[in-house]
Design a protein around this ligand. Structure first.
Ligand SMILES: [Zn+2]
Length: 538
């Protein structure tokens, strides 16, 4: 809104405004001076760094890449046609940027292609329900299957459960607890009374325990129960794996072998559950059109900018490429993927002849056990022995906030030195933790670290990752925070540049790990785990 102001008001306004600005400046200076180590946050001037920042800011490709990958291709379940499509897309992108790239086969996986899942309640009234097949779930065989719902029985013991089991024939079995509230805790804490919050939490804890008892009394675990139900003639298994946020569920893989396993939103699942319990005999119809595509080859996408002086020493940019497929894998790990691709694109333009080779690894099957990176470590000992540094990013869209030395005694020396070139607006958000302790898993850096290579995790701010995006049906393009991803691409490009051009090879000396208080024994450095080269086929 525009407002006309007369001269008197304007001069009054500008007087107040300038006074305000002076106060702000003073406050700003004071807080700046008080910040510990603030003298170091002023980065050393470097024309390469300036050019990296300029390219990342003025010619960013992040939005375009995100659109092509998340919207154009979609989720990237290992072994699925979309995963292969993404591998080929990445090779084409690198090739177009003048960076040699290849898909390296490391194994095979059960091939599966998600199709339409359509779930409707048709009685006692009609409502299309929000839900989808779990990954690798069987289909409905080209048909729409209709049936009544039944809630998993609270049998006295496994014998009583066996006696109840024939009741599931021709029915969809509701196997999850009905959550007492679809509101996340933060919402309760904002609006509820202390008493109502305590009551809700106590109620929920009791219901959760009772549901766990219900499953264990059946004589099965969550995995074997699904198979027992389908063998008893159930036409589908219905669950709801709530992720503790509004309208958000986690979508993992199915345990059934011939009937579909469907996840429904908390809202729709609870509706069916209440209607079933009240005797309204709800009926649903399900159409699930996934396809089995046989045993499929699986790949890592690798691209390299060859080193001009030390081509056999490597700086590795690392991010897994596969995803769970409830959403489009936007923050797990679309954003890590974009960070590394954009950093490579920028480096090729600004530093086309680095001293050391800069290699990017887009790993397959991290979600099923770091398999792509473990296979790479097994297949390329000559690279692993000569890693100068590896930077992995895999915990969401946020700006990098933490870098640990991962138990490498001298990591503080080189990482701190490399960070001095990072502009203060990026550097100021990062806490370093040296020497740190070696990470045993969680993401692909661990595969390299276990083999002794100086591999680091660029750990980012959460943006409600755990509840809202991680492995959920809401991990989609709209959750990407592009300014933070841009921040991370710049940081990664500068770290890669500094690591590549460093006059000295990085030290791999490990700290003596402290005594583990649980075992009383000295801590052990993680050891390599064998990659699963043939997966999902049992
Ligand atoms: Zn991930």
């Amino acid at each position: 809104m525009k407002t006309k102001i007369n001269l008197r008001q304007r001069s009054h306004f500008s007087y107040v405004a300038s006074l305000f600005i002076v106060i702000l400046l003073l406050l700003g200076n004071i807080s700046y001076a008080q910040r510990p180590g603030s003298a170091q946050t002023q980065a050393i001037k470097d024309p390469i760094v300036d050019a990296i920042v300029k390219e990342a800011t003025e010619n960013s490709q992040l939005e375009k890449l995100a659109h092509e990958l998340m919207d154009g291709i979609g989720p990237r379940l290992v072994g699925s046609p979309k995963m292969k499509q993404a591998n080929d897309w990445a090779v084409a992108k690198y090739t177009a940027w003048g960076i040699p790239a290849r898909n390296e086969k490391w194994g095979e996986w059960r091939g599966w292609d998600r199709g339409i899942t359509h779930v409707d309640m048709i009685s006692p009234w009609v409502k299309s329900l929000e839900g989808m097949q779990l990954a690798w779930s069987p289909s409905t065989g080209g048909k729409t299957v209709t049936g009544e719902t039944i809630v998993l029985a609270d049998a006295a013991d496994s014998i009583a459960f066996q006696q109840w089991l024939p009741n599931v024939k021709g029915k969809f079995v509701l196997v999850s607890m009905a959550q007492p509230t679809g509101r996340p805790d933060y919402n309760w804490e904002e609006f509820g009374t202390k008493e109502s919050i305590e009551k809700m939490k106590k109620n929920r804890a009791e219901l959760t325990q009772a549901w766990q008892r219900r499953i264990s009394k059946s004589g099965y675990n969550a995995r074997t129960l699904a198979v027992a139900l389908e063998e008893a003639g159930a036409v589908g298994v219905i669950q709801s794996n709530w992720s503790q946020g509004f309208g958000v569920n986690k979508i993992f893989s199915a345990n059934t072998k011939k009937t579909p396993t469907i996840d429904l939103s908390l809202e729709d699942y609870s509706l069916l559950f209440r209607l079933t319990e009240s005797g309204s005999k709800p009926q649903i119809s399900v159409r699930a059109d996934s396809k089995e595509t046989g045993v499929q080859p699986t790949f890592n996408t690798i691209a390299e900018i060859k080193g001009s002086e030390k081509p056999d020493e490597y700086v590795i940019l690392s991010a897994h490429f596969d995803s769970w497929d409830g959403g489009t894998g936007a923050t797990d790990n679309g954003t890590g993927t974009l960070t590394m691709m954009e950093a490579m694109r920028i480096l090729k333009k600004i530093l086309p002849n680095p001293k050391r080779t800069i290699l990017v690894g887009h790993w397959g099957s991290e979600e099923q056990g770091l398999n792509g990176s473990r296979a790479f470590v097994e297949d390329h000992p000559e690279i692993v022995q000569n890693v100068q540094a590896l930077f992995n990013q895999d915990n969401g869209t946020g700006r990098v906030a933490n870098i640990s030395g991962q138990g490498f005694l001298n990591a503080y020396e080189y990482i701190s030195r490399w960070l001095t070139r990072v502009p203060s607006d990026i550097r100021q958000h990062i806490t370093t933790n040296f020497p740190g302790s070696p990470g045993g898993g969680g993401s692909d850096y661990a595969s390299f670290l276990a083999a002794g290579a100086p591999a680091f995790s660029l750990s980012s701010l959460g943006w409600s990752y755990g509840n809202y995006t991680w492995h959920t049906n809401r991990d989609t393009y709209d959750k990407i925070v592009f300014d933070d991803v841009r921040n991370n691409a710049i940081l990664t490009a500068i770290l890669a540049y500094m690591a590549s051009e460093d006059n000295t090879k990085t030290s791999r000396e490990k700290i003596v790990l402290p005594i583990n208080p649980r075992t009383g024994q000295p801590g052990q450095w993680p050891t390599p785990t064998k990659a699963t080269r043939k997966g999902g086929l049992n």
